[in-house]
Design a protein around this ligand. Structure first.
Ligand code: MTE
Ligand code: MO
Length: 196
Protein backbone atom coordinates (compact mmCIF):
# COMPACT_ATOMS: atom_id res chain seq x y z
CA UNK A 1 0.00 0.00 0.00
CA UNK A 2 1.24 3.46 -0.88
CA UNK A 3 0.84 6.08 1.82
CA UNK A 4 2.09 9.02 -0.17
CA UNK A 5 1.69 10.16 -3.73
CA UNK A 6 3.27 12.82 -5.86
CA UNK A 7 0.78 15.62 -6.52
CA UNK A 8 -0.58 15.76 -10.07
CA UNK A 9 0.00 18.96 -12.07
CA UNK A 10 -3.44 20.35 -11.09
CA UNK A 11 -2.47 20.29 -7.41
CA UNK A 12 1.22 21.08 -7.72
CA UNK A 13 0.69 24.76 -6.90
CA UNK A 14 -1.00 23.79 -3.62
CA UNK A 15 1.74 21.49 -2.38
CA UNK A 16 4.85 23.23 -1.02
CA UNK A 17 8.34 22.14 -2.10
CA UNK A 18 9.54 18.83 -0.65
CA UNK A 19 6.00 17.76 0.38
CA UNK A 20 3.89 14.77 -0.76
CA UNK A 21 0.18 14.15 -0.40
CA UNK A 22 -0.72 11.84 2.48
CA UNK A 23 -3.42 9.22 2.13
CA UNK A 24 -5.85 9.60 5.01
CA UNK A 25 -4.94 11.88 7.89
CA UNK A 26 -1.83 10.66 9.72
CA UNK A 27 -1.54 11.29 13.46
CA UNK A 28 1.70 12.90 14.55
CA UNK A 29 2.22 13.30 18.29
CA UNK A 30 5.27 13.46 20.49
CA UNK A 31 4.30 11.42 23.56
CA UNK A 32 0.95 10.04 24.71
CA UNK A 33 -2.48 11.48 23.91
CA UNK A 34 -3.76 13.26 27.02
CA UNK A 35 -7.22 12.47 28.37
CA UNK A 36 -9.23 15.64 28.93
CA UNK A 37 -12.51 15.89 30.77
CA UNK A 38 -14.68 18.56 29.11
CA UNK A 39 -16.10 19.80 32.44
CA UNK A 40 -12.58 20.50 33.70
CA UNK A 41 -11.25 21.78 30.37
CA UNK A 42 -10.09 25.42 30.35
CA UNK A 43 -8.33 27.70 27.91
CA UNK A 44 -6.12 30.09 29.87
CA UNK A 45 -5.11 33.43 28.42
CA UNK A 46 -2.04 34.79 30.18
CA UNK A 47 0.84 37.23 29.89
CA UNK A 48 0.27 40.55 28.12
CA UNK A 49 -3.51 40.16 27.85
CA UNK A 50 -6.66 40.41 29.94
CA UNK A 51 -6.08 37.25 32.00
CA UNK A 52 -8.94 34.86 31.55
CA UNK A 53 -9.77 31.19 31.83
CA UNK A 54 -12.45 30.17 29.34
CA UNK A 55 -14.75 27.25 30.03
CA UNK A 56 -16.06 25.02 27.23
CA UNK A 57 -19.43 26.79 27.32
CA UNK A 58 -17.78 30.20 27.05
CA UNK A 59 -15.83 29.03 24.01
CA UNK A 60 -19.00 27.65 22.40
CA UNK A 61 -20.75 30.98 22.99
CA UNK A 62 -18.29 32.67 20.61
CA UNK A 63 -19.13 32.74 16.86
CA UNK A 64 -18.65 29.29 15.26
CA UNK A 65 -17.54 28.78 11.68
CA UNK A 66 -16.60 26.09 9.16
CA UNK A 67 -13.25 26.39 7.48
CA UNK A 68 -11.25 24.42 4.95
CA UNK A 69 -7.48 24.50 4.99
CA UNK A 70 -4.41 22.63 3.79
CA UNK A 71 -2.17 20.95 6.37
CA UNK A 72 1.58 20.59 5.91
CA UNK A 73 3.67 18.48 8.29
CA UNK A 74 7.41 19.18 8.22
CA UNK A 75 8.07 15.42 8.00
CA UNK A 76 7.00 15.92 4.32
CA UNK A 77 3.35 14.92 4.22
CA UNK A 78 0.57 17.33 3.31
CA UNK A 79 -3.19 16.95 3.35
CA UNK A 80 -5.32 19.31 1.28
CA UNK A 81 -8.81 20.61 2.01
CA UNK A 82 -9.23 19.53 5.61
CA UNK A 83 -12.63 20.71 6.87
CA UNK A 84 -12.83 21.99 10.42
CA UNK A 85 -15.27 23.85 12.60
CA UNK A 86 -14.44 26.18 15.44
CA UNK A 87 -13.73 29.72 16.58
CA UNK A 88 -11.64 32.18 14.62
CA UNK A 89 -8.55 33.33 16.50
CA UNK A 90 -9.48 36.91 15.57
CA UNK A 91 -12.96 36.46 17.12
CA UNK A 92 -11.38 35.25 20.36
CA UNK A 93 -8.92 38.14 20.34
CA UNK A 94 -11.80 40.60 19.87
CA UNK A 95 -13.10 39.60 23.33
CA UNK A 96 -9.91 40.59 25.20
CA UNK A 97 -7.41 43.43 25.40
CA UNK A 98 -4.00 42.40 24.16
CA UNK A 99 -1.20 44.74 25.26
CA UNK A 100 0.37 46.27 22.12
CA UNK A 101 3.74 45.16 23.53
CA UNK A 102 2.80 41.52 22.90
CA UNK A 103 4.77 40.43 19.83
CA UNK A 104 4.67 36.66 20.27
CA UNK A 105 2.31 33.94 21.48
CA UNK A 106 3.22 30.67 23.18
CA UNK A 107 0.60 27.97 22.72
CA UNK A 108 0.45 25.63 25.74
CA UNK A 109 -1.08 22.16 25.60
CA UNK A 110 -2.42 19.51 27.94
CA UNK A 111 0.47 17.03 28.11
CA UNK A 112 3.13 19.75 28.12
CA UNK A 113 3.74 20.45 24.41
CA UNK A 114 4.33 24.08 23.49
CA UNK A 115 4.84 25.97 20.24
CA UNK A 116 5.49 29.64 19.49
CA UNK A 117 3.94 31.89 16.86
CA UNK A 118 4.65 35.56 16.16
CA UNK A 119 1.65 37.81 16.85
CA UNK A 120 1.54 38.75 13.15
CA UNK A 121 1.21 35.04 12.24
CA UNK A 122 -1.28 34.38 15.04
CA UNK A 123 -3.80 37.21 14.62
CA UNK A 124 -4.74 36.20 11.05
CA UNK A 125 -8.29 35.59 9.81
CA UNK A 126 -7.53 32.04 8.58
CA UNK A 127 -6.41 30.75 12.00
CA UNK A 128 -8.84 28.76 14.12
CA UNK A 129 -9.44 27.04 17.41
CA UNK A 130 -10.97 23.84 16.05
CA UNK A 131 -13.23 21.37 17.86
CA UNK A 132 -14.73 19.55 14.84
CA UNK A 133 -12.99 17.63 12.04
CA UNK A 134 -14.86 16.58 8.87
CA UNK A 135 -18.18 17.03 10.70
CA UNK A 136 -17.32 14.92 13.76
CA UNK A 137 -16.06 15.96 17.20
CA UNK A 138 -12.28 16.36 16.92
CA UNK A 139 -10.87 12.90 17.81
CA UNK A 140 -8.45 12.85 20.78
CA UNK A 141 -5.56 11.73 18.52
CA UNK A 142 -6.05 14.82 16.35
CA UNK A 143 -6.13 17.17 19.34
CA UNK A 144 -9.67 16.99 20.75
CA UNK A 145 -11.37 18.62 22.43
CA UNK A 146 -9.66 21.71 20.98
CA UNK A 147 -6.64 22.45 18.84
CA UNK A 148 -5.11 25.46 17.21
CA UNK A 149 -5.01 25.45 13.38
CA UNK A 150 -2.52 27.79 11.71
CA UNK A 151 -2.77 26.76 8.05
CA UNK A 152 -0.04 29.00 6.61
CA UNK A 153 2.71 27.48 8.82
CA UNK A 154 3.98 23.89 9.21
CA UNK A 155 1.56 21.82 11.26
CA UNK A 156 3.77 21.57 14.36
CA UNK A 157 2.42 25.11 15.04
CA UNK A 158 -1.14 23.72 15.08
CA UNK A 159 -1.07 22.81 18.78
CA UNK A 160 -3.29 19.88 19.78
CA UNK A 161 -5.10 19.75 23.18
CA UNK A 162 -4.68 23.49 23.51
CA UNK A 163 -4.75 24.63 27.14
CA UNK A 164 -3.35 28.14 27.04
CA UNK A 165 -2.23 31.12 25.03
CA UNK A 166 0.53 33.19 26.59
CA UNK A 167 1.21 36.64 25.14
CA UNK A 168 4.90 37.52 25.25
CA UNK A 169 6.95 40.73 24.90
CA UNK A 170 9.59 38.92 22.83
CA UNK A 171 9.95 35.71 20.80
CA UNK A 172 10.58 32.48 22.73
CA UNK A 173 10.96 28.93 21.37
CA UNK A 174 8.43 26.16 22.01
CA UNK A 175 9.11 22.42 22.20
CA UNK A 176 10.17 21.63 18.62
CA UNK A 177 11.71 25.05 18.14
CA UNK A 178 14.07 24.33 21.08
CA UNK A 179 14.83 20.99 19.42
CA UNK A 180 15.94 22.35 16.07
CA UNK A 181 12.82 23.38 14.19
CA UNK A 182 12.51 26.85 12.71
CA UNK A 183 11.05 29.69 14.83
CA UNK A 184 8.52 30.54 12.08
CA UNK A 185 8.08 27.43 9.91
CA UNK A 186 6.65 28.73 6.64
CA UNK A 187 6.28 25.74 4.26
CA UNK A 188 6.60 27.60 0.93
CA UNK A 189 9.97 28.95 2.09
CA UNK A 190 10.83 25.49 3.51
CA UNK A 191 11.57 26.95 6.94
CA UNK A 192 12.10 23.49 8.42
CA UNK A 193 15.13 23.87 10.67
CA UNK A 194 16.26 26.83 12.71
CA UNK A 195 19.60 28.06 13.85
CA UNK A 196 19.08 28.17 17.63
N1 MTE B 1 0.12 19.00 21.75
C1 MTE B 1 0.70 18.62 20.61
N2 MTE B 1 0.36 19.27 19.48
C2 MTE B 1 0.92 18.92 18.30
C3 MTE B 1 1.89 17.90 18.23
C4 MTE B 1 2.23 17.23 19.44
O1 MTE B 1 3.08 16.32 19.48
N3 MTE B 1 1.60 17.62 20.61
N4 MTE B 1 2.47 17.56 17.02
C5 MTE B 1 2.45 18.60 16.00
C6 MTE B 1 2.85 18.10 14.68
S1 MTE B 1 4.50 17.87 14.40
C7 MTE B 1 1.95 17.93 13.67
S2 MTE B 1 2.43 17.51 12.11
C8 MTE B 1 0.51 18.04 13.92
C9 MTE B 1 -0.13 16.72 13.57
O2 MTE B 1 -1.51 16.79 13.74
P1 MTE B 1 -2.36 15.46 13.52
O3 MTE B 1 -1.83 14.43 14.49
O4 MTE B 1 -3.78 15.85 13.78
O5 MTE B 1 -2.13 15.03 12.10
O6 MTE B 1 0.19 18.36 15.27
C10 MTE B 1 1.08 19.26 15.89
N5 MTE B 1 0.55 19.59 17.18
MO1 MO C 1 4.66 17.54 12.06
Amino acid sequence: MKFFEKPGPELADRVPPGQHLAKGFPVLTYGPTPEINQAEWRLKLSGLVTEKSLTWDELMALPQQEFTADFHCVTTWSKLDVTWRGVKVTDLLATVDVDPQAVHVMAHCYGGYTTNVAMADFARPENFLAHTLEGDPLPPDHGGPLRLVVPHLYAWKSAKWLSGLEFLPEPAPGFWERNGYHMRGEPWAEERYGDL
